[in-house]
Design a protein around this ligand. Structure first.
Ligand code: ADP
Length: 875
């Protein structure tokens, strides 16, 4: 075939396909490889790290870049491509190259996009794979719809708040792999920018025109009140699926995953800051994520459920109590819990096998796995259902059963051992498909005749070594070795000479061969028809299998919470409608695993009335951010229904968790860190209320100290007086601690430090009151700053301290232990009656844009600098 050489027709064929599939990466089957050419080849070489070669020269003498992957490994490469957000079209050879005249006919047989794959090897793991659509009207709240076609779950709802931020926040827990955006919206530009920023690996595509409500499959047609935007998001998503996944669309159902109840809003930033399911640093492969350290689930649906619960905690007391009751019952079961978990282990990813049945991408062997898994479902421990009631565990126990008829269907049809590919044949047990059986019987008869023919030819010729053989090219033949060639019968016709002798055929052999091939082809064709019928029959159970998988996932996630509670001594938190947040001996759920007994537990005592605000001061590295994350994570765990690492915990429901931590987030995205910080703080001040929990690390750090202090001061005051949220704030502005003393519902605390002659030891123990040394030089030493620099810094510090330069009201610490002197280089604290300060306090931050805030600050700074200058001159 000329295809292997430099041929322009092949490239022309490729260009034709490329033109019909714009925006797709075309993988073009040539022999044993899927090839790409031109720019696609460069892209493939870069993204997959495969060799870039060239083809040609063509008639113009040009060489075309070319890169390819072997066809047998294509799924692995597809996985890597779609996870990077590409849309790939597989262009296959649709006729047998051996019989093709000229160029082999090729057609796109499959389009693969990140949100529409169902094969495990492409998906790359059991995690949810969401395809989402977003609708962002210029006025009124936006909405989203998200579907995981691998599990059949369809979720939708309004944005968490106004504008694009509210939409991103609602979408964040889903981490969609592909997002359809509503083109033509007036906010299209900003929406796209925001989506790209928030979901950098997701593929974005303009949504097609929406289906009408009547065109939606019954299982996703709205039954309850939905906002117009939510319906729009549903209809656009369905429109996309009707084109790309018509087989799968009817099996999707709106799932109630507890989000029907109120949910604790964790916006995208908070999810990241608390490292719930993804590490802050995406290059860190495992990362110290909550999910990473809590995922002791034993099934794929269990892993998905746990991840979903931790990123979508509840804000509904009854729903949380229901999960806690189930966990408690499982904990009480003692060793029975281990039995339950080992029984669950036998259950494969039912949801995905079902999705592959629906999408007709299932391998026969996977139906064998399905059969075994259903057996395991039916063998779950009987104690689960022994106390019938209305609690969650009893409800699960009732639902956890194979779909009626399915086990019988699989059992009667399928043999014990099933092939990976349906082309391999032998898909059914004898008796299931009479026509297949008849063809197989015919094949067996013909094969027996073949054996008989071999025997008679041996006898009549007297050549004992005369043998019947088979190869791909010539089919069946007799083989006679060299020494016996003289005795070959006259009716043998010679076909081929081989090293050891000669090969022959005969009329009799050809007749039998025809019958064998005919029987095989008949069996194959009949089996293919029966296989489709069989899959149709299995497909009727897809909805039930999806539901069953969800129950398996729920039971596994509950059993995981119970297992962790048993093994690590966690306690059931009291979750109520109060505004308390009381924890005794709380531990950071991830760090305590890493540090083990070196981890120092700490208490927390907040409530919405007397102790709303806790201000943490103290040196870097003393444990401030760890403590704040610990509080956030304990709330997340408690409201996800889990027990928590503490001796006691009482948590009044939180419905929105705000965090502002570190500033690695948007540096390098063209915003100054101060601007980013101010935008985030403004959002918190605008939206938080008395049901919120606010965790703020180092407010005002992104700017010069005086600006920062002013901002931190005003923020603190606003949180205390107006927002009334429970709030923990860490600061290195020691001046703030004075303000705190004037606020009735705020308190200072710091982490104890042991200041020994041989060096400072951080005790990580929270103690009341403020501290006023930053131990910056100590931290610099830990970080490896050269000795002479440290010496010089130490000398300078002592000098400044003794001269009293820039020292604000030197005072003694009120806490026991070493006495600290103020050693912070800052301008003096403005007196409370200072007009500047009054102006600051009266600032209505809600009405200032971030730009105005910065301008105001600059003005305040300049005026205060001028004032300080005057004072210095006059004084
Ligand atoms: P800060 O925010 O005050 O700079 P971090 O919270 O980042 O300090 O803590 C610094 C380090 O101290 C952590 O990486 C951890 O190793 C250790 N640490 C923090 N809290 C504790 C604790 N409660 N028990 C033991 N070690 C802790």
């Amino acid at each position: 075939m000329s295809e292997a050489g430099p041929s322009t027709p092949l490239l022309e064929q490729y260009e034709g396909v490329k033109a019909r599939y714009p925006g797709h990466l075309i993988l073009f089957r040539v022999g044993d490889f899927y090839e790409t050419f031109g720019d696609d080849a460069r892209l493939l070489a870069r993204e997959l790290d495969v060799v870039l070669t060239a083809r040609g020269p063509d008639t113009r003498g040009d060489r075309t870049p070319m890169a390819g992957v072997p066809h047998h490994a294509v799924e692995t490469y597809l996985g890597r491509l779609v996870r990077k957000g590409y849309k790939v079209a597989l262009c296959d050879q649709v006729e047998d190259a051996r019989f093709a005249k000229g160029l082999v006919r090729r057609e796109v047989t499959r389009v693969v996009t990140p949100g529409t794959v169902v094969e495990d090897r492409i998906l790359g793991g059991p995690d949810h794979s969401f395809l989402a659509s977003v609708v962002a009207p210029p006025d009124g709240p936006g909405a989203f719809a998200a579907v995981d076609i691998t599990t059949g779950e369809w979720l939708h709802g309004p944005a968490d708040g106004p504008g694009i931020e509210g939409l991103l926040s609602a979408l964040a827990p889903f981490q969609p792999r592909e997002i359809l955006w509503s083109a033509g919206s007036p906010v299209e530009g900003p929406l796209l920018t925001a989506l790209r920023r928030e979901f950098p690996t997701a593929r974005l595509e303009a949504a097609p025109p929406p289906l009408t409500e009547a065109e939606l499959p019954a299982s996703i047609r709205p039954t309850s009140e939905l906002t117009a935007s939510t319906r729009d998001a549903d209809q656009r998503l369905a429109a996309y699926l009707r084109v790309t996944q018509p087989r799968v669309l009817p099996h999707l159902t709106v799932a109630d995953r507890g989000t029907g109840n109120r949910r604790l809003v964790l916006d995208a930033k908070t999810l990241r800051h608390l490292e719930i399911s993804r590490p802050m640093n995406p290059d860190d492969p495992k990362g110290a994520t909550l999910l990473g350290y809590w995922d002791e689930t034993v099934t794929a649906p269990g892993r998905r459920t746990l991840a979903f619960w931790l990123t979508n905690p509840l804000a509904d007391r009854a729903a949380i109590a229901e999960r806690q009751d189930a966990v408690a019952r499982l904990v009480d079961r003692g060793a029975g819990l281990a039995d339950l978990r080992s029984a669950l282990r036998g259950i494969a990813d039912l949801a995905r096998i079902a999705a592959r049945v629906a999408g007709r991408r299932v391998r026969p062997a996977e139906l064998g796995v399905l059969r075994t898994s259903l057996g395991a479902v039916d063998r779950l421990p009987s104690w689960l259902s022994e106390r019938p009631g209305t609690d969650r565990l009893s409800t699960l126990a009732v639902g956890l059963a194979s779909p009626p008829g399915l086990v019988e269907l699989l059992g009667s049809a399928l043999p014990e051992d099933l092939p990976l590919s349906e082309d391999a044949g032998e898909l059914f047990r004898p008796g299931h498909a009479p026509d297949v059986d008849r063809w197989r019987a015919a094949e067996r008869t013909a094969l027996a005749e073949l054996a008989e023919l071999e025997r008679t030819e041996q006898e009549s010729s007297g050549v004992r070594t005369l043998k019947v053989g088979y190869n791909q090219v010539f089919g069946y033949y007799f083989e006679v070795t060299r020494p016996h060639l003289a005795r070959v019968p006259a009716h043998f016709r010679r076909r081929q000479t081989v090293a050891q002798g000669e090969r022959f055929t005969s009329d009799g052999l050809e007749a039998i061969e025809r019958r064998i091939l005919e029987a095989r082809e008949g069996a194959r064709a009949a089996e293919a028809v029966r296989w489709v019928e069989f899959l149709d029959a299995v497909e009727r159970h897809v909805g039930d299998l999806h539901r069953l998988a969800r129950l398996v996932g729920e039971l596994d996630a509950l059993a995981t919470f119970a297992h962790l509670a048993q093994e690590r001594g966690y306690v059931r938190p009291i979750v109520d409608d109060s505004t308390a947040l009381v924890v005794r001996d709380g531990r950071h759920p991830v760090l305590e695993r890493l540090l083990e007994e070196r981890f120092v537990p700490n208490d927390t005592e907040l409530d919405g009335t007397d102790h709303r605000l806790l201000v943490l001061t103290g040196p870097n590295m003393s444990g401030k951010s760890t403590y704040m994350r610990q509080i956030g994570l304990l709330v997340v765990l408690a409201q996800a229904g889990s027990f928590v690492p503490a001796r006691f915990a009482r948590i009044g429901l939180v419905d929105h968790l705000f965090t502002r931590m570190g500033f690695t987030d948007e540096i390098g995205r063209g915003k100054s860190s101060f601007m980013v910080e101010m935008t985030e703080v403004a959002e918190i001040l605008r939206e938080a209320d008395e049901r919120s929990l606010v965790l703020l690390d180092e407010v005002g750090r992104g700017t010069s100290t005086f600006d920062g202090l002013a901002i931190a001061w005003a923020t603190l005051r606003h949180l205390h007086d107006a927002t009334r949220a429970r709030c923990v704030l860490a600061t290195h502005y020691h001046q703030l601690t004075d303000l705190v003393q004037g606020l009735p519902a705020a308190r200072n605390a710091h982490f104890a430090v042991d200041d020994r002659p041989e060096g400072v030891v951080f005790l990580h123990r929270l103690v009341p009151g403020a501290t006023d040394r930053s131990y910056g030089i100590h931290v610099a030493r830990l970080a490896g700053v050269p000795h002479d620099v440290l010496e010089e810094a130490g000398r300078l510090l002592r000098q400044l301290e003794s001269e009293g330069v820039g020292i604000a009201s030197p005072r003694r610490s009120r806490v026991r232990g070493p006495r600290y002197t103020q050693a912070v280089l800052l301008p003096p604290t403005p007196a409370p009656e200072d007009p500047l300060l009054q102006e600051l306090r009266n600032l209505d931050l809600d009405r200032l844009s971030p730009e105005e805030a910065v301008a105001k600050l600059r003005e305040l700074r300049d005026r205060s600098a001028a004032g300080a200058h005057r004072e210095a001159r006059e004084g």
